[in-house]
Design a protein around this ligand. Structure first.
Ligand code: NAI
Length: 481
């Protein structure tokens, strides 16, 4: 029988948007998204959703109360569902074996245990969370071991990792390049894969739906994130070479990416990648490789993370060095705090690292971000992993709701997130209100540097040496060595 009811455990950045789009495209399927957090569910049922994602509210508004429901009644949603997505968080372990690297599967495990306890009919259980290879086996073991007294209840476990990117989630879901579904190589496994294919086929061409065995699907998600992050670290590594030679990383990226075998995407140099997934998933891959006694493979992927850390600290060091090697008591403004534009998510945001360094050096930090909640910025910067002196941070930090207010009287602007609105700010007005010399550090390479220089700013960016007087001067100097 075709899928009629879907339950999704975990109403986060993945579960919420994914199931909203499924509800939009499958009006005859009842989709219930459940979460243990009452606060999150209340937000999903309100006008202000818990996450900012372009286009999401419109989709939710259309289907909520029709065939899309947000609830904390997890048991009931599991009981009535034919298919259950597990979309809970899989953070890096913070203690015990594999601390700091392995994925913590406690939420996945607890979701599996809830399903085993409550289910009284057969289900297709789909891991949507990003998990280590062979996690489906653990889920399957938990489900079968805990339902031995329910002989009529059978489970098929599928792997269906999510490839959406925050900031473009709705578009990514509506026009997905590919959907990946892995399952058991058996008649029952193939039948379950087919049921899930039919859901996606409502709006995606069949050729975009790839089916594999379970383990390939699980590994492909980790591999995809590792490849994407590797491109960023590769171009960032070259940005350091550009800054000392006079090459321009944007020109290098264009020249390299023009090769159709390489392609232009994900070749934008910056202060480094952030977000909840890249670092966590690569660490997980590294941990798996070490467990498989493949230390060379582990070291290879670890370097992608090391290069990202290097890039963040290189950028912070450049800010301090330019400001005459001291930022103590200087007012510095961070424009942008989210890990990228069009999201309010700050998990692993490079802005946190930059802010931490500047605060440690005694700066008076002013922060403006169009979408990140003020409370989130304060929480991130007073987190025990960031500071041992939360009181000092509170005293040195001011969070603003207006970019002009945030930049008034400041010595330097440090642009950390590529929000579109930062491009069109009135920099003449900002310059007039700033201390002189007025500095701009463009960590995202989005501003018009020549224009800023003509206003009077001293501008620094990534992967390019900007000469204040003559753009050609570097060619005749020691840059040619
Ligand atoms: P999230 O932290 O935003 O959401 C997870 C939700 O699961 C939370 O609201 C939490 O309360 C809930 N939860 C945890 N255990 C639960 C339980 N036992 N019962 C009910 N609810 C429970 O996480 P996010 O970002 O949505 O990520 C989920 C998974 O998707 C992760 O494995 C992540 O790696 C993966 N992923 C994330 C992407 C992203 O851009 N954020 C993209 C692709 C995959």
């Amino acid at each position: 029988m075709p899928i009629q009811k879907i339950c999704c455990i975990g109403a986060g950045y993945v579960g919420g948007p994914t199931c909203s789009v499924i509800a939009l495209k499958c009006p005859d399927i009842k989709v219930t998204v459940v979460d243990k957090s009452q606060e999150r569910i209340d937000q999903w049922n309100s006008e202000k959703l818990p996450i900012y994602e372009p286009g999401l509210y419109d989709v939710v508004k259309q289907r909520r109360g029709e065939n899309l429901f947000f609830s904390t009644d997890i048991d009931n949603a599991i009981k009535e569902a034919d298919l259950i997505f597990i979309s809970v968080n899989t953070p890096t372990k913070t203690f015990g074996n594999g601390k700091g690297r392995a994925a913590d599967l406690k939420y996945v495990e607890s979701a599996a245990r809830m399903i085993a306890e409550v289910a009284n009919s057969s289900k297709i259980v789909v891991e949507k969370s990003t998990v280590p290879v062979r996690a489906a086996e653990s889920i399957s073991n938990i489900l079968t071991a805990n339902t031995f007294n329910k002989p009529n209840v059978k489970f098929q476990i599928l792997s269906n990792p999510e490839f959406l990117a925050e900031g473009t989630a709705i578009n990514d879901l509506l026009y997905a390049d590919r959907v990946l579904i892995g399952g058991e190589d058996s008649a029952e496994g193939h039948a379950a894969i087919e049921e899930l294919c039919k859901v996606y086929e409502r709006w995606l061409p069949r050729k975009n739906i790839l089916t594999t065995n379970t383990w390939s699907s699980e590994l492909s998600k980790l591999a995809a994130n590792a490849f994407l992050a590797q491109r960023i670290s590769s171009i960032n590594s070259l940005s350091a070479v550009c800054e000392t030679t006079g090459a321009d990383v944007s020109e290098v990226a264009r020249a390299v990416g023009w090769d159709s075998r390489i392609g232009p995407k994900f070749l934008q140099a910056s202060i480094g990648f952030g977000g909840s997934c890249f670092k966590k998933d690569i660490l997980n891959l590294v941990y798996i490789c070490e467990g498989l006694n493949l230390p060379e493979v582990a070291a290879y992927w670890q370097q992608v993370i090391d290069m990202n850390d290097y890039q963040k600290s290189r950028f912070s060091a450049k800010v301090i060095e330019s400001l005459f090697n001291t930022v103590t008591d200087k007012r510095i403004t961070l424009l942008g705090f989210a890990f990228k534009k069009d999201t309010g998510d700050t998990r692993e945001s490079p802005a946190i690292d930059v802010a931490k360094t500047l605060l440690d050096e005694g700066a008076k930090l002013h922060v403006y971000d169009p979408k990140v909640e003020h409370s989130q910025i304060l929480e991130d910067l007073t987190h025990p992993q960031v500071t041992e002196e939360p009181e000092h941070v509170r005293k040195s930090l001011t969070i603003h709701s207006d970019p002009y207010e945030a930049t008034a009287g400041t010595h330097a602007i440090v642009l950390c997130t590529e929000w579109d609105e930062f491009v069109s700010l009135d920099y003449q007005r900002i310059y007039e209100g700033m201390m002189k010399p007025a500095y701009v550090f463009d960590g995202r390479k989005i501003l018009d540097h020549q224009k800023l220089q003509s206003i009077g700013f001293i501008v620094q960016t990534i992967g390019k040496r900007l000469s204040r007087n003559s753009p050609n001067r570097v060619w005749g100097s020691k840059a040619q060595i």
